[in-house]
Design a protein around this ligand. Structure first.
Ligand code: UT7
Length: 325
């Protein structure tokens, strides 16, 4: 018997309809389209309507991922949902999604690792599958960061957007070497000493308010390029690959300059990098699955290709996953 692997059998994304452009933002805060594009690569972001919740976006992405996999909610054993902007403090947003998908067995829960959330969630689900505890899992990254932004702080409010992405994982027998299909390995890190560089200044146990996102952008930027290049190299080394073996990198979409800096450190051209930050901005835990769904949907990512997912966020947290599609 070989090793159990998690195969990605369906990918889906969901974006709220409303698009907020840089020019619209420039009418609300002291900024310009030129500054935002030059410093971040962001041109627009999607923003939820007043009645839309994180769970609505998550359900939209989940339905599309399940349809792509030819499965329904009844086939699922597990939902792991990554979010830093849950509908409510509790219960987990994942249980809302579970009910909406008609899944009445198995388990559904949230994980919290901010922008690295999707990497944490896919790693958790992959380990359940590798341990033989579940066969079919849904992994979602869903966020409504527009709800926690200080819309008077130009240093942060221009950077984020709302959205959701999801993947369906299925257990499959592999050989246990790097020629397998599915998730070859996942790598997670955190360093809580940097808590204050990117955090929300509220919460149930501190202020009893939701609070607003606060960030020391330049410091986060500096750590991001170093940590991301290091975790990508770790994932490659663990599987005996070189950067040039990769067909695609699907990075966290925080800032085009971070994405370019990481690719440069690895010696990879941007033609191997999936970029959606220009249209989605930083959607935190949703950013990697949103970009992945786009690249799978338009045929860039094809079966058999080697794809690396990576992200870094508040905590700090960072992680990577190496996948053969
Ligand atoms: O997803 C989690 C990970 N998050 C990230 O990866 C974000 C990492 N950080 C970044 O992406 C960048 O640091 C930012 C985009 C946040 C900022 O870019 P920067 O090149 O590091 O700019 P800065 O913070 O050093 O600010 C440069 C100048 C400042 O003015 P002074 O002090 O030089 O006069 C800012 O006040 O730009 C000013 N500034 C703005 N100007 C126009 C800051 N925000 C804006 C703005 N419009 N929106």
């Amino acid at each position: 018997m070989g090793a159990l692997r998690s195969r990605i059998v369906g990918v889906g994304a969901f974006l709220p309809e409303r698009v907020l452009t840089n020019d619209e933002l420039a009418r609300q805060v002291d900024t310009t389209d030129a500054w935002i594009v030059e410093r971040t690569g962001i041109r627009q972001r999607h923003i939820v309507s007043e009645s839309q919740r994180t769970s609505d976006l998550a359900i939209g992405a989940a339905e599309r991922a399940l349809a792509a996999a030819g499965l329904s909610g009844r086939d699922l054993d597990l939902i792991v949902l990554a979010t830093a902007t849950p509908d409510n403090t509790f219960p987990a947003t994942a249980t809302r999604v579970q009910a909406a998908l008609g899944m009445t067995r198995g388990a559904a829960f949230d994980v919290q690792a901010v922008c690295s959330g999707f990497l944490y969630a896919i790693s958790v689900a992959d380990n359940f599958i590798k341990a033989g505890q579940v066969r079919t899992a849904l992994v979602i990254g869903a966020e409504t960061f527009s709800r926690i932004l200080d819309w008077n702080d130009r240093g942060t409010c221009v950077l984020f957007g709302d959205g959701a992405g999801a993947v369906v994982l299925r257990a499959e027998e592999g050989r246990g070497d790097n020629s397998d299909y599915g998730i070859l390995s996942t790598h997670l890190h955190s360093d809580g000493r940097h808590y204050n560089l990117l955090h929300v200044d509220g919460g149930p146990s501190s202020t009893q308010t939701v609070g607003h996102l606060r960030m020391e952008g330049r410091e986060v930027f500096r750590h991001a390029v170093v940590n991301l290049a290091s975790v990508v190299q770790e994932a490659l080394d663990a599987n005996g690959f070189k950067p040039t073996d990769l067909d695609w990198i699907v990075p966290h979409q925080a800032n085009r300059r971070i994405i370019e800096g990481t690719a440069r450190k690895l010696g990879l051209g941007l033609d191997k990098v999936v970029i959606s930050v220009d249209r989605h901005a930083n959607t935190s835990a949703a950013s990697v699955p949103l970009a992945l769904a786009e690249a799978v949907g338009d045929g860039r990512i094809r079966p058999g290709q080697l794809v690396l997912l990576e992200a870094m966020g508040g905590g700090f947290t960072w992680g990577a996953a190496l996948v053969r599609f």
